[in-house]
Write a protein that binds this ligand. Structure first.
Ligand code: GCB
Length: 575
């Protein structure tokens, strides 16, 4: 799925701004025809979560109606062009109407969906209405309101408010831009780029998808080089002599331009930044361009005061600046796909990304399991199709911490692994676990990813004992699976400004000390290929006894991006 862009052949307009909003706790909107347009809306910012924009609706996750109006830009013509509406992310469920016509619906909060609106759009006075809701239900992914039952879950989270089966606030709303865009009728619809290296040359294989129609000429070129190819088919190979490879130290991107032409007349163009690089696992190593890499970085969240999970471009820039400052080279998109803007900057700035689907908090009770699998399949497919061309993506994570005690878990993940590989055979696939050695799904993963909090949730307050048990566990895991290991989560909560010597839980000294002790263990194991601290920043979550002020305080930066002691300690260790 190509991100919309503007050039002489295609145009894109961002509908972000102040929309109208009506909360609908009594579910009267459908019967009252709000879908055809409603009155008495209050202003709401798009993109942003609704929860923190008002004084009284923070924990409300139910039916909510959004509305905006738009005119088509000058020159757009629905009889000659595809005109589409693209939603980059709406959490969790969206149903969309244009001028009273139902366009469709989408489930899942972090991946784009779009509608062809050419048949329904008017030159002026269009009314766009979206019903959004994010109720927590056991047959949704991620799930919520899961009945307490120790066969399925480690801990019951129904006492949390809101009752999410995951540890981040279930923010709702239109979280990323809504785009209106036009392309020619016979347009480029998708590109798939796979790169390889042969000696000093880079090999760029491009597969083109296009609308049905006559076999026009497709031209491929890399800006700033003489490399080009053309074909009336859909496959091209570009060989770049003395290629500048993409890496974290030198994230070189080439602009791949693809054009469609009839004779001399060009009628479509798309430009995609690409990086030439290879990723593979060999023995205990993860290789980029044939050389071992070691991941230093974080699990994170898209989370910021007031905007909630909504896209704030300045926060993205700040986060990369702080990750560079601290010496990180990577992150995992915990626990859902991040914005396209975040992914684009990872390519530009040279960050390695473990790209994760929204499959967090999965449990394996029979009831609803088929539906949860269907949703995970949908998300895996949507994610890989969206992000397959990013050089920064070095692995896919198909789940975070599933409660995979029951035998049905292993075939569930084998199914998702196979699906992922069938769309993209070039990247490793993994999932992360707290279960450790008993996580049988590691058999079908290329990498073993462990989340561990010994010294915090267990052996509480004992940094050295926690580190010793981590060390023993890593050895046993490697012995069993013989695959490279990444510690994808470790850390401790620290209340900013709280101090103690000797260190005590919740102080900045304890957090810094336990992170440093873990890193010392990791560096002593040759099969460990990465360390991701949980979390980069403090983040909002459901209210619970372990969550002071509804916050998870494991950030090494505060929610407003100020470094704690641990950030300075990490900077010494990572730079
Ligand atoms: C985990 C989860 C993460 C939590 C974290 C914690 O293992 O993957 O979502 O926030 O632990 O702080 O408890």
């Amino acid at each position: 799925m190509l991100y919309p862009q503007s050039n002489p052949f295609r145009q894109c307009v961002d509908l972000s701004g102040f929309w109208d909003l009506r909360f609908d706790p009594g579910n009267q909107g459908v019967a009252s025809n709000w879908w055809a347009g409603f009155n008495d809306g209050r202003p709401v910012a798009v993109p942003a979560s609704w929860n923190d924009q008002f004084e009284d609706w923070r924990d409300y996750l139910g039916n909510t109606w959004y509305q905006t109006r738009f005119d088509l830009p000058w020159g757009w013509d629905a009889s000659r062009q595809h005109i589409r509406l693209r939603f980059n992310s709406v959490n969790y469920f969206a149903e969309v109407w244009l001028n009273g016509v139902r366009l469709g619906q989408h489930e899942g909060g972090h991946l784009p969906f779009e509608f062809d609106i050419a048949p329904y759009v008017r030159p002026e006075g269009n009314v766009l209405v979206v019903r959004v809701e994010g109720e927590l239900k056991p047959d949704r992914v991620p799930p919520g309101n899961v009945p307490a039952d120790s066969r399925y879950m480690f801990l019951s989270q129904t006492e949390n408010n809101p009752p999410a089966s995951f540890d981040f606030f279930p923010f709702c709303g239109i979280h990323r831009p809504v785009l209106l865009y036009a392309t020619p009728r016979q347009a480029i619809t998708d590109l798939t780029v796979v790169t390889d290296i042969a000696g000093h040359a880079g090999i760029v294989r491009v597969k083109l998808n296009r609308d049905e129609g006559e076999n026009s000429l497709a031209r491929f070129s890399l800006r700033g080089t003489n490399v080009h190819a053309e074909t009336t088919g859909n496959d091209a190979v570009l060989i770049v002599p003395d290629a500048a490879l993409w890496s974290s130290d030198s994230p070189h991107l080439y602009d791949l331009t693809v054009e469609l032409a009839r004779g001399d007349e060009t009628f479509d163009r798309y430009t995609l930044p690409i990086g030439i690089r290879t990723v593979e696992i060999k023995g205990d190593r993860l290789l980029l361009n044939g050389k071992p890499i070691y991941l230093k970085g974080f699990g994170r969240h898209e989370d910021f005061p007031i905007a909630g999970r909504g896209l704030v471009p300045a926060v993205i820039v700040k986060d990369y600046a702080m990750m560079k400052w601290i010496g990180a080279n990577s992150f995992r998109t915990t626990h859902y796909p991040y914005s396209e803007q975040m992914m684009d900057l990872a390519d530009r700035l040279g960050f390695f990304v473990i790209d994760e689907t929204p499959a967090v908090g999965l449990f394996f009770a029979e009831e609803g399991l088929a539906r949860r699998l269907e949703l995970c399949q949908q998300y895996t497919q949507e994610l890989v199709l969206r992000d397959k061309n990013h050089p920064s993506v070095i692995a896919w994570s198909i789940a975070n911490e599933p409660h995979s005690w029951l035998p049905s878990a292993k075939p569930f993940f084998k199914n998702l692994r196979d699906l992922c590989k069938s769309i993209d055979a070039t990247r490793p696939v993994t999932l992360t676990t707290y279960i450790g050695i008993g996580e049988e799904s590691f058999e079908c993963c290329d990498l073993v990813c462990l989340n561990r909090y010994a010294g915090w949730y267990s052996q509480s307050g004992k940094i050295d004992a926690g580190a010793a048990s981590l060390s023993a566990e890593l050895d046993a895991l490697y012995e069993k699976y013989r695959k490279p290991i990444i510690l994808t989560e470790f850390g401790a909560d620290a209340v900013p400004g709280s101090h103690a010597q000797p260190p005590e839980m919740f102080t900045e000294e304890f957090q810094a000390g336990s992170i440093a002790a873990y890193i010392q263990v990791l560096r002593s194991k040759s099969f460990v290929i990465g360390e991701h601290v949980w979390n980069m920043c403090d983040f909002k979550t459901s209210q619970a006894v372990q969550r002071v002020g509804g916050m998870n305080l494991k950030g090494v930066f505060t929610r407003d991006r100020r470094p704690k002691l641990a950030a300075h300690r990490l900077r010494e260790l990572w730079r």
